[in-house]
Design a protein around this ligand. Structure first.
Ligand code: 13P
Length: 254
């Protein structure tokens, strides 16, 4: 049984004061839902105070990106060793970074290796564009992203993968549960070809893209889908708690 996993990617939203407010608003509600891994990914500048606020709970934190070098003359970058101690997870390869900041599979693979070497657990994001989807190239794209992202990395059950079709991110047009489950099954098989099916069957694979409290059930009820990477809806305390609550109930068969 894979433990359900719901992460909130706050993206470039909230200043420190707002982040503190948001965590205060969700902390108690989230803390009760301990059958699900709950991960908050605020901006870097709020990670430290977020850590102070969730101390004593099993709510975990993640960063949204990092550079692959440990330290040095890389103005403006954040390194794995800086994140170590501040958070457990780091989102890598988000499509917004691939598209806007031209991150390639090669760079993302460097980041994956650096994160693991520092003891951080990557949440590796991948997904196809609308054009690729319409041209029937979804699996081909994902197969490249899995192979590129995991290249030369030893089998590891603890990493997390997030399937986020680009056309579903921030558009209000989520995939259907059936579509997402079929693609996630394909991702799992591709991981299995690299790492063996036993490890692939243990890796958590999430769906992301316009997940809300109104549609989470459709994804979570699919056996292939272990949780969600939530963007916009993770900035609303009540809705995010509701997403985690529904996920806990459905995965427990209630
Ligand atoms: P939305 O939930 O806002 O569509 O964002 C999804 C996402 O990109 C999470 O990483």
């Amino acid at each position: 049984m894979r433990r359900p996993f719901i992460a909130g990617n706050w993206k470039m939203n909230t200043n420190v004061t707002e982040a503190i407010e948001l965590i205060k608003d969700m902390k108690e509600g989230l803390n009760l839902l301990s059958t699900v891994d709950r991960v908050l990914c605020p901006p870097f500048v709020s990670l430290y105070c977020a850590g102070e606020l969730v101390r004593g709970t099993d709510i975990e934190l993640g960063a949204q990106n990092m550079y692959f070098k440990e330290k040095g003359a890389y103005t403006g970058e954040i390194s794995p060793i800086m994140l170590k101690g501040l958070c457990k997870y780091v989102i890598l390869g988000h499509s917004e970074r691939r598209q806007r900041f031209l991150e390639t599979d090669v760079m993302i693979n460097e980041k994956m290796k650096a994160a693991l070497a520092a003891g951080l657990l990557p949440i590796l994001c991948m997904g196809e564009s609308l054009e690729e989807n319409e041209a029937g190239k979804t699996n081909e794209k994902l197969s490249h992203q899995v192979q590129g992202g995991l290249k030369d990395i030893a089998a590891n059950k603890a990493i997390v993968i997030a399937y986020e079709p680009i056309w579903a991110i921030g558009t209000g047009k989520a995939a259907t549960g059936t579509q997402a489950a079929a693609t996630i099954k394909y991702i799992r098989e591709t991981v299995g070809k690299m790492w063996g099916s036993e490890v692939a069957d243990s890796v958590r694979i999430l769906y992301g893209g316009s997940v809300t409290a109104a549609n989470i059930a459709e994804f979570i009820k699919e056996l292939q889908i272990d949780g969600a990477l939530v963007g916009g809806a993770s900035l609303k305390a009540r809705e995010f708690i509701d997403i985690v609550k529904q996920s806990a109930a459905i995965k427990q068969g209630k």
